[in-house]
Design a protein around this ligand. Structure first.
Ligand code: PLP
Length: 425
């Protein structure tokens, strides 16, 4: 490693996402049930083509779109995004002011900048156990410590959050705690959705511990999969909890529900934090690609965006059904999973005797059979209070075709039967 590197440069490890993508690319014929990529066939090519034609059809609209924009984002897109959020949570219109909305390069950029704005090396972030593994990469790179909060079917275990805060207070570490990060809709990786009551209870708890922490404790609500629901009804965001506007950072994205290649995300931030994160964004890129923001703006204004959502819901419902059916047919009876109501993932739990990590015989055997999954272990933060579980896997039905989902699960099922037979289960 070069001695010229900064501490951050030295510390930053290769993110698992890069390794997973490379593994998939290096093996032609491999069926990847690992990538969080979206469905290829339903990407809105015709719609985007027509919208871009309109936009670039006249110098009056084309030239501004091909020019730099502003750091905080396209004013029309900010306004339309605020409107869209207010439609999702009608009770909280006041919390969705466009001037608190920051348009970003995917919601990933927002997660990065918020972490950078709030945390110094050694600080502590509370995360769901398991959580979105790319966020764990941001934490690792910034030298942050984590505590995992156990998950129930309807979101985090509030009792465990309280126990954790209490123990951090006892040990004098509460001032290092900066935020609680929750992926609240069809969570990546478990597919679980957090009930509104739990979001409100978590916020109340954070508030209780603020005095001992000596500063605000924020809830970073990552709603990346909110609009990828195919069963049930929407749940209000944490912003709907009383006075929550003060403490909730809401991260949203147009990647998953429209086009991952467009990569437009956004954040709704409490005012004092908005200013700081906008300054950081000014240094990062002083504005997200203007042309693509204007494409999204048109997609929202013309209703194309809203029209696309039910198309996606039908498509993912069908793919989830195919995966569920294949799991029933090919996976051993001891394996457990729950059928998701949205998002892109199944979270599969194996008997504890069967390890699923990236160095396990199961993972190698799966690769040899040309199928890739995300080892569950990657989704757990390093937490001194427990060992990382190593018997789970995340399977995505997002990108693979229905035929590949069937074949991939059949291959994985066979490998699992063989491993279980060896483990003597
Ligand atoms: C939970 C979660 N949050 C955020 C993101 C980032 O998405 P984007 O940057 O495309 O908005 C992803 C992408 O997979 C995700 O799964």
């Amino acid at each position: 490693m070069s001695p010229a590197l900064s501490q951050l440069g030295r510390r930053t490890m290769e993110p698992p996402i890069s390794w997973l993508m490379r593994t998939a690319l290096e093996r032609p014929g491999l069926i990847s049930l690992a990538a969080g990529f979206t469905d290829h066939d339903s990407l809105p090519v015709d719609e985007a083509h027509a919208l871009l034609d309109e936009l670039l059809g006249s110098p009056n609209t084309g030239r501004p779109a091909l020019q730099y924009g502003s750091t905080v984002g396209d004013p029309r897109l900010r306004q339309l995004t605020a409107q869209r959020l207010a439609e999702l949570d009608p009770a909280t219109r006041a919390n969705y002011a466009p001037d608190q909305l920051l348009m970003t390069h995917g919601s990933q950029q927002l997660l990065y900048m918020v972490t950078e704005a709030l945390c110094d090396p050694g600080d502590i972030v509370l995360v769901e156990d398991p959580t979105y593994f790319v966020f764990l990469g941001i934490m690792q790179s910034h030298g942050l410590c984590g505590r995992g909060i156990r998950l129930a079917a309807d979101g985090l275990e509030v009792g465990h959050l309280e126990e954790t805060l209490q123990s951090l207070k006892r040990s004098g570490a509460l001032p290092q705690v900066k935020l609680l990060y929750l992926v609240t809709y069809h969570q990546n990786p478990t597919g679980r959705t957090t009930s509104f009551e739990k979001k409100a209870a978590a916020l109340d708890l954070l508030k209780c511990y603020e005095r001992s922490a000596g500063h605000p404790l924020y809830l970073l609500e990552d709603a990346a999969y909110r609009e990828l629901r195919f069963i049930g009804t929407d749940i209000p965001s944490a912003l709907a909890a009383a006075k929550a506007g003060e403490r909730v950072i809401y991260a949203g994205t147009y990647s998953k529900p429209f086009a991952t290649g467009a990569r437009i995300g956004f954040g709704l931030l409490p005012k004092p934090l908005f200013k700081v994160v906008a300054r950081i964004k000014g240094n990062h890129d002083f504005g997200t690609a203007n042309l693509i923001q204007q494409l999204l703006s048109r997609a929202l204004a013309t209703g194309q965006y809203a029209k696309h959502l039910p198309v996606l819901a039908r498509r993912y419902a069908a793919k989830a059904q195919v995966m569920d059916q294949a799991l029933r047919e090919h996976f051993p009876a001891q394996v457990q999973w729950a059928r998701p109501t949205g998002g892109l993932y199944f979270w599969v739990r194996l008997p504890r005797s069967v390890k699923s990590g990236s160095t396990s015989p199961l993972f190698s055997a799966a690769l040899a059979s040309q199928v890739l999954y995300v080892p569950g272990e990657m989704c757990y933060v390093t937490d001194p209070a427990r060992r990382k579980p190593n018997h789970e896997m995340r399977l995505s039905f997002g990108n693979a075709s229905e035929a590949d989902i069937r074949t991939g699960i059949a291959r994985l099922g066979l490998v699992l039967q063989q491993r279980l037979a060896r483990a003597g289960d």
